[in-house]
Design a protein around this ligand. Structure first.
Ligand code: FAD
Length: 473
């Protein structure tokens, strides 16, 4: 029997497991609704204006306050802080700023040592910041288990272990009973455990950063989209529907939205990623799948699932489908997708047959700002008065903090280890215009799915590798 659900305007035919589902991020229900900050209705002056109230913008505002105690800092958010990717993600906290070690090796081999070190340092510092600012966001650093479902993915895990070892990253390879003691599923035959990985409740992190900003005199205006950006004498003028800001310096942290700087419009594409969360599970249910620890888990397919426990022991099950819509559509109506929810449900039951009676309390989608280099890029505009960082792809929870620091370094005109990284200085490869964009994405996705089934990488994908163009989520 199918249940009819109507999230927004789209009726969805879904199974009984979705009878009581709320089609909104689970994380939103874990924070008390903060007071909404009134939209900007005036013209205000600022030393620094930050556009975007996700992790990147909030870290930028908070770290700017540390550097410039007297500065007038305003943050402008089109909707509510954390409404976009920062409130919709899996909360995996990578010790990486480069979307993992292999992405660093493939693109910036000469500086992988530095990227790995800076990534680990960023996670350490993020943890220290949470402590210093008293941000309770259920941060836990319990590691991550990477899983293989096929013989070629097993080989991939061994290669990953060898690559990690070259950079002094500790891991543990698991098969048979050793794997079953960490995670027991008929679908996966091997695992690689990396102890240095964290998890966070993303909405609580947003709330904590927002409170820390407000407590330090950052002015936050919500429901305030910046619609135009131009020079006005010595300052940059940000136009919003009911007011404007004249700012000496500007940080742009708008992630997957259409970039305000025209020249960045081809550098990212919006990829939709979806998530289910189960009802809370009891100890017996978790014991049946051998998942007693609190580490996060992901498989290593090109189309991969990431999954983790929430504080109240629900399973968050996300990923696999990475949906691109012709013309880089970003409509809110696309944030629910019945076809993907059904696929996630099927894959969940396959991975956890003993949990087939479990229902889903939440389901939602989010937009990933995919760049062809799979990690963020950053730069300046308006003669160094503006800095931007975007393109995090699916790994921005921790990298956003590092990107915020890079932007502030650039605005200060400072040469730091961060700003001299090749990763920072190299440009993002643009995506082709339509219709080639859709054709290329569809072709790459079909070949990536085929590689998952067969273990063979197509000539097309090898060509993209050679050109340094990645496609992922
Ligand atoms: C489903 C999903 C799962 C993910 N899982 C993980 C994960 O487990 N681990 C991980 O590391 N990363 C993950 N990510 C990626 C991560 O969430 C993002 O990289 C990160 O949140 C980016 O933060 P941000 O502040 O740059 O962007 P956002 O959170 O998207 O914030 C940008 C903000 O800018 C605002 N804005 C846009 N345009 C304007 C404008 N013109 N004027 C004013 N405001 C504007 C938007 O409303 C938005 O609030 C995931 C992403 C998604 C979508």
């Amino acid at each position: 029997m199918a249940a009819k659900r109507e999230p927004g305007r789209t009726p969805m035919e879904l199974s009984d497991r979705f009878l009581k589902t709320r089609f909104a991020p689970y994380w939103f229900d874990t924070v008390s609704q903060p007071d909404e900050h009134a939209p900007l209705t005036d013209t205000v002056d600022a030393d620094l204006a930050v556009i975007g109230g996700g992790f990147t913008g909030l870290w930028a505002a908070l770290k700017a306050r540390e550097r410039w105690p007297q500065a007038r800092i305003v943050l402008l958010e089109a909707r509510l802080c954390g409404n976009a990717a920062s409130g919709r993600n899996g909360g995996f906290c990578a010790p990486s700023i480069s979307h993992g070690v292999s992405n660093a090796v493939a693109r910036w081999p000469m500086e992988t040592d530095s990227l790995v070190r800076l990534g680990r340092q960023n996670l350490d510092e993020l943890e220290a910041d949470l402590e210093a600012y008293g941000i309770d966001c259920e941060f836990e650093r319990q590691g991550k288990l990477n899983l293989a479902a096929t013989p070629w993915q097993k080989d991939g895990l061994k290669a990953m272990q060898a690559a990690y070892a070259r950079f002094g990253i500790e891991t543990e390879y698991l098969e048979g009973q050793a794997l079953a003691e960490r995670f027991d599923s008929p679908k996966y035959g091997a695992g690689l455990f990396e102890p240095n990985y964290g998890l966070v409740n993303p909405s609580r992190l947003v709330a904590g950063l927002r409170d820390a900003c407000l407590a330090r005199g950052v002015s936050i205006y919500e429901q305030t989209p910046v619609t135009a950006l131009d020079r006005h004498g010595d300052v940059l003028r940000l136009t919003t529907p009911k007011g404007s800001v004249e700012a000496r310096q500007v940080v742009v942290a708008t992630n997957a939205a259409v970039p305000l700087l025209r020249r960045l419009r081809q550098a990212i594409i919006p990829i939709f990623d979806y998530t289910l969360v189960t009802q809370p599970l009891n100890e017996a249910q978790l014991a049946a799948i051998g998942w007693l620890g609190r580490y996060g888990i992901a498989d290593t397919g090109n189309q991969f699932h990431y999954f983790r426990k929430t504080a109240d022991n629900r399973i968050l099950w996300g990923g696999f489908d990475a949906i691109y819509h012709y013309g880089s559509r970003r409509d809110a109506s696309l944030l629910d997708r019945a076809e993907t929810y059904r696929r996630l449900e099927r894959n969940f039951v396959e991975a956890f047959p003993s949990l087939s009676g479990v229902s889903f309390s939440h389901a939602w989608g989010g937009i990933i700002d995919t760049s062809a280099r799979l990690t963020f890029f950053s730069g300046t505009g308006y003669r160094g008065q503006l800095a931007y960082a975007l393109g995090f792809t699916g790994q921005g929870v921790t990298a956003s903090r590092f990107a915020a620091l890079c932007m502030l370094d650039m605005l200060e005109g400072k040469e730091t280890e961060r700003t001299t990284l090749r990763m920072l200085r190299s440009r993002a490869v643009p995506f082709p215009p339509e219709p080639f964009r859709s054709l290329a994405v569809r072709w790459a996705q079909a070949d990536l799915a085929r590689e998952d089934r067969t273990g063979h990488r197509s000539l097309f994908l090898k060509g993209l590798d050679w050109l340094g163009i990645g496609f992922g989520s």
